[in-house]
Structure formats: structure tokens, C-alpha cells
Design a protein. Sequence first.
Length: 399
Amino acid sequence: MSLVAERLGLVRPSETKAITARAGELRDKGADVITLSQGEPDFDTPSAVCEAGIQAIREGRTKYTAVAGIKPLREAIRTSLGRDHGLDYGIDQITVGCGAKQVLFNALFATLDPGDEVVIPTPCWVSYPDMVTLAGGKPVLAACEESQGFKLRPSALEAAITPRTKWLILNSPCNPSGAVYSRDDLLALAAVLRRHAHIHVLSDDIYEKLTYDAAFATMAAVAPDLYGRTLTINGVSKADAMTGWRVGYGAGPRALITAMNLIQGQTSSHTSTISQYAATEALSGDRHHIEQFANAFRQRRDVTVAKLNQAEGLSCRAPDGAFYVFPSCSGVIGKRTPGGKVIGTDTDFALYLLEDFAVAVVPGSGFMASPYIRISCAASLEDLIRACDRIIAACAALS
């Protein structure tokens, strides 16, 4: 009898983590690797937020908290959702977890019975399908074409729905494509959902503050009649450069939040008390840094897209949000490297860039979309330019 559960055989290791780990190995051997595989802002956490965490330590706020999170943080989340989107949640409709990732998993684990289905538009964040699988559900992938802006269309949603569908996951702005669902886009999807009352919406809004050429919208606000069927998930990792602090949150129906808290109470209990006080400052204090972050990411996006479109075999659209670009590499498939290897997949191309040109990117297959690569713009402009020059050279070296 194997010690490891059989269900883990259905779960893929994260390609993002795998590429980043390999890049680290090469760097340890002296290679000048430029890592563009991590979805992590390269900015420091704002000083006022850090000070709030330090103050919490000094005041001895290092004990257990309520499973759902400290009251001041949940009040700050409540205020933020009301101020930014006109959403009204009671404090008992809000839960705080160890990053948005845990909140999302708690929701799936608390609601999915064996065979329940979750519609996931692709390309999608690498963890969605495997989280669904771990929770006992079945991921149903709905392909979103680049020609449609990588966004789910009502007809594709309708085609994916069955009597076993329990959730639709919407991530806007999207990792990896940067697609942003407009108010009209969401209204069109809401029209489909109204015909299927058994489906709930998991709205992953973690990149909410990082939009460029499109206005942000979220389902519970756009379609108030779906408010009771929507779980809105967000956090401070991306907008406030707090990835390592591990604070995410969810707001939704009381019964769902209660169930999620039950799961959390038997697993992590709660996230770091210190981090919660820091996150309270992040959400309720001065957030002028967000505009600075967004402006920097916009500049990096523009430079990166322009450079990549100079590379033979690549084609890159400008994303509307998040801090990634997602170029097609279909033009290099079938070509040979200087060493004679055939580039048969986007994974082959990503490994070629890493091993031969010391640039770490993530293959689109990890995001359920091929042949593409994801490049994170969460790096200095200098590093992005150097990396793009290497990618241009790598493409030119293929035959």
C-alpha cells in the first residue's frame, strides 16, 4: 500500500515553481539567469505597512486570532469593497486566509462533492484545475481564443454547463493573459448564469488594481441579483507587494463563509496575526503606491510587447491588466536549435530559452494554452530589455 494518496497522482507540479527552481540551480552555478517566471512584484512592501507589522510585534499582538481574521482587518475589507465597488457585506460574510490561494481552496474544498464540475476559462492560472481535483471535483476547461481577447464568451459558457456544474471561476485581470472582463462582458455571462440557478461564481480579483486600458468590473457589483451566488476573492499580495505576508480574503454568502471557516479552523487556524495588522494598514491607509506600481508595470508592458514583436516567430498582444505578457510562439514550433533539437512544444521553447540563453519564462501548457509562453513584467526595465534581447537572439538562432 502506497503512503501517498492516489489522488495526488492527478495533480501536476506547478510549472511556474519548476522553472523558477531550475533557474535558481543555474544561477547557483554562475549563470546570469534573468528570471521572468515569478508572479511577484519586485517592489518593496510600503514602509507604513511594514511599520504596522512591526508595531503589532512591539505591542505583543502575536497570539491566536479568530479563524475568520481580526475584526479590524475584516472591517477594512468591508469598507474597501463598499467604497470601491458598492458591495455591502456584513463582517460575518468576510473571511481572511493565508493568501488568496488558501481562500480559494477553502471555498472549493467546502463545496465540491465527488463529480461536481467547475468551469475554468483557459488560459488560466496554473493552480485552478489541480485545486478542483484535490477538492474532489472535475475541472471543465473552456478555451478562450486569442482572437476573442482570451475572454470567455456566453456561448462557450453555455456549452460547458451541465447539471453537475457548481462553480464558474472568473479571474480578471487574468493570469496569464492579462485579459480584463468589462462590465458588458460580465453582463453577457450573467445572462447565461441566470438560466442556471445551480451555478455559483468564484470571482478571483487579485489583480484588480493593475489595469491599464480597460476599467475593472466584478460580477457581484455588475449583476446584483447574483450577489448571493458569488464569492469575491482578493488580497494584498499583488497591489501592495505583500506576497510573503500571506493575506487574502473572501466575501460572500454567510453559509459559504461559515463552511470555509470550518475548513480553515481545522487546517491553518488563521494567517499570521502580524500580517493581519499589516494588511489592515494596507487596505485602510495611504494607497498612492498602487498608482506608482501600475504606471511602472504599464511602461514595462509597453516596452516588452514592442521588443517581443521584433522576435521572429513570436506574436504578442498588449494585455489590459496584471503584469504578464502572453506571446504566441507558434512561429518557432518545428524549428531546430543550433544544437539540433527540434522545438516541438512551448515547453521545449521555454527550456531552450532557459538552458541556452539564460531567460526563465513559463510555457503556456502550464496555463492550459499552447503554444504560448508567459513572461512576468515584475522585473526591472533593464532586466526586461536584456531578456527580450536574448529572446530575439534565441529566435534568430533557430533554423
